[in-house]
Every structure is written in C-alpha cells, then in structure tokens.
Design a protein around this ligand. Structure first.
Ligand SMILES: C[S@@+](CC[C@H](N)C(=O)[O-])C[C@H]1O[C@@H](n2cnc3c(N)ncnc32)[C@H](O)[C@@H]1O
Length: 260
C-alpha cells in the first residue's frame, strides 16, 4: 500500500444508527487505509471484551499440541487485544510481551492479572522499535491476521523478533470459509475468493465482530507463501473439526539459516 494515499477516517464508512456498517462495497484503496491508520478496535473495545467473555479458551490455548512446554520461554503475543491469550501463556509459565494497536483494549488487558506480561501499544506491521533486541522463543497471533492489513509487514516483524528456530503459532478465520448462517464467507460475497481486500458488510452476523470492524480476506496461497517468504517454515496445520471450514491454525519455525 502506498504511503502517499490519503488517510481515511472511519467516519467515512457509511454506518447505521447503531454504528454497524451500512455499506457492502468497500473497494477503494483509500478505505483499506482505515485499518492502517486507526486502531479500529478502540471504539468497540467494551463490546469486544464482553463478546469474547462468552467464548471458550482462545483457539491456540485449545490446541496446546502446537506449542512446546511454555515454562521459562519468552513469548510475543502479537495483536493481543485485551490479553486473552497472553494471560494463558503467562499462566503456563512464560514471560510474555503483548503488542496491540488498540490503546482501549490494552487498557483492559492491564486491569487484569498481568504478572509476567508487558503490554506495548504498537503497529505490528512496522519495524519493531519497541523491541529490546532480546529474541523471542515463540510468537502467537490469535484470530488477528484478518484484522491486520499488511501481512508481509507483520510477518517481517515476526521473523525479526524470533530467534532462529523460534516458532510462530497463529489462528485465523479459515480463508476458504464459504460462509454459514452465522456470517458471510471469508471473502466479499459480491467479489469472490480472489478478492484480497479489506471489506465490511451489513450482512455479517449482527452479533459478531466483522459487522463492526470488517475483515481482510486473503487467499490460502497468500498466507502460505507469505510465511515462506518471511523465512517461516510450516511445520503443522490444524483445521478444527467443523461442518464447514471455519478456522485454521498453524505452527511455523523461523529458518535456522536465513540465507538458505
Ligand atoms: C479479533 S482481535 C483479536 C485480539 C486477541 N488476539 C484475541 O484473541 O482476543 C484483532 C486485534 O488485532 C489488532 N490489530 C489490528 N491491526 C493491528 C496492527 N496493525 N498492529 C497491532 N495490532 C493490530 C486489533 O487492535 C485487535 O486487538
């Protein structure tokens, strides 16, 4: 995305009285900048905390087989939100840095048990100036890559802060999700699977996050090639049992030899 494109305010997105998206077509590049320039979750932080409180454990916590024993490890929880996963990682004995763009969600995280967790407000798509230079053993990212517009910038951050051989475990809405009664497909319904855009629609599940913050759709190949291009080699993929594909998790490892 060119930095010379004009920044666009959230207020330019057509909205219903309750704040949900009123328009289904979000194609201009300038609108994609919304997520790059603003912390979209700030205005929905209260709602998001309450909404997720009705959930079970984060997907990554529910799949501990993706991670080694965590005690004593130094971990980064990327786009940590209000710290749902960061707290699980710290309870398992890790020292955690949680990074997120949304000051409002981080404020909520800090009011909870934050022993062994440092929360940092930063854009994870940019060079990690917040990083103290001590490599992380592992990095997690729970259900957030669809909220982050610049995949390669984010994966570059992961590769920069991980030690060689360090792991990256992430969960995403399955990019091949064809949609069901609870919400639209991963991709804009009027554009199709090839449309790799940030989009928002009033037809999303009215009780869910996407009608409020939209989502960036990417093809499966884009995710997988993005990981490989960043030097993050796939080790394991999980598609949790569901009548139709809903979520996807993976474990990658930073290459030992970056010149390989
Ligand atoms: C669906 S929430 C997931 C939060 C948390 N991982 C969880 O499972 O509750 C997506 C998160 O991505 C964060 N986010 C989006 N773009 C970001 C960016 N460029 N840098 C840092 N965080 C970002 C949002 O602020 C939000 O907290």
């Amino acid at each position: 995305m060119s930095a010379s494109l004009p920044a666009v305010s959230r207020s330019e997105i057509p909205r219903n009285a309750d704040g949900s998206a009123a328009g289904s077509t979000v194609t201009p590049d300038s609108l994609v900048l919304v997520a790059r320039t603003l912390a979209r979750y700030d205005e929905f932080a209260e709602w998001y905390e309450q909404w997720t409180s009705g959930f079970g454990p984060p997907l990554i916590s529910a799949h501990p087989e993706l991670m080694p024993p965590l005690a004593g490890l130094r971990l980064l929880d990327l786009a940590c939100g209000h710290g749902r996963l960061s707290r699980d990682l710290a309870r398992a004995g890790a020292t955690v840095v949680g990074v997120d763009f949304s000051g409002a969600l981080l404020d909520k995280a800090r009011t909870r048990d934050s022993a062994d967790i440092d929360y940092v407000q930063a854009d994870v798509t940019r060079a990690p100036h917040w990083w103290d230079g001590h490599p992380f053993d592992g990095c997690t990212c729970e259900l957030a890559l669809m909220d982050i517009d610049d995949l390669s910038g984010t994966l570059a951050t992961v590769a920069t802060v991980l030690r060689p051989g360090g792991w990256f475990v992430a969960s995403i809405v399955h990019p091949c999700f064809p949609g069901n009664d609870n919400g639209l497909s991963s991709w804009p319904s009027d554009r199709g699977y090839d449309a790799e855009v940030w989009w928002i629609s009033p037809d999303h599940n009215p009780n869910g996050a996407r009608i409020r913050v939209g989502a960036t759709h990417r093809k499966l190949a884009t995710y997988l090639n993005g990981l490989l291009d960043a030097g993050l080699e796939l080790e394991r993929i999980i598609e949790p049992a569901a009548p139709i594909p809903t979520f996807l998790l993976w474990r990658c490892r930073r290459r030992w030899d970056d010149n390989a």
